[in-house]
Design a protein around this ligand. Structure first.
Ligand code: ATP
Ligand code: MG
Length: 197
């Protein structure tokens, strides 16, 4: 490609990009869904939260399923003055094997989430693994959809989980699928501190 052709192509591309940027003028909070069976959903959510915290924005995390207690992200973020971190679930559902206890934990976590969705002092809420609550029918999706729709205008919400309920996908602004192509675990590599937790 000649320098001239490259320059013309880039100028055209810039015009297209500038037009797109000029069109996106709305300022409001967004609902982001991070789904799929690959690795990177929760870490992406916490990465975005680091951005918000860096700008001095108030954030909260609710973990609907408690995996490991002392994750690196928890250790790093727990002392942040602008962040509330709530671990509400009590274990993986196939580990606890107690449906009544799981439903009670899910409802308690949701009550907290509902209150945060009414509180405009929070700029970002992360509902980690919320999607499993619908898959296992621990929570009804409709009240969750209504509460998210009625949240303060500037509040951002990020939900993670391998599968996502369709009504949530319908109201989402951004949906990213993290697809599993390869994972070290299947090659016999143990879950590692700093990578998995
Ligand atoms: P991460 O927290 O690393 O961003 P995730 O949120 O996308 O992962 P989850 O479905 O929440 O993934 O899985 C929880 C744990 O399983 C994490 O420690 C994660 O690193 C690991 N994991 C994620 N995807 C896979 C996979 N395809 N195979 C094996 N382990 C996985
Ligand atoms: Mg996760």
């Amino acid at each position: 490609m000649t320098d001239k052709t490259h320059q013309t192509r880039m100028a055209n591309k810039k015009a297209v990009m500038d037009a797109r940027i000029a069109k996106a003028t709305e300022e409001r909070g967004v609902l982001i869904l991070l789904k799929g069976n690959g690795k990177g959903k929760s870490s992406s959510a916490f990465g975005t939260m680091a951005r918000s915290l860096g700008h001095g924005k108030k954030c909260a995390v609710i973990q609907f399923i408690k995996g490991r207690t002392e994750t690196g992200e928890y250790k790093l973020f727990k002392d942040q003055p602008l962040l509330d971190w709530h671990v509400m679930g009590h274990g993986f559902t196939w580990e606890t094997q107690d449906k009544t206890q799981d439903i009670a934990a899910a409802q308690k976590a949701w009550q907290l989430a509902e209150n945060l969705l009414l509180d405009e002092s929070y700029d970002m809420l992360i509902f980690d693994e919320l999607s499993y609550m619908f898959k296992y029918e621990y929570l009804d999706v409709q009240p969750v959809v209504e509460a998210i729709k009625a949240r303060p205008t500037m509040q951002n919400v990020i939900i993670t989980g391998r599968t996502m309920a369709l009504p949530l996908q319908e109201i989402a602004d951004t949906i990213s699928i993290v697809q599993d192509e390869k994972h070290a675990f299947r090659q016999g590599v143990k879950a590692q501190k700093g990578i998995e937790y």
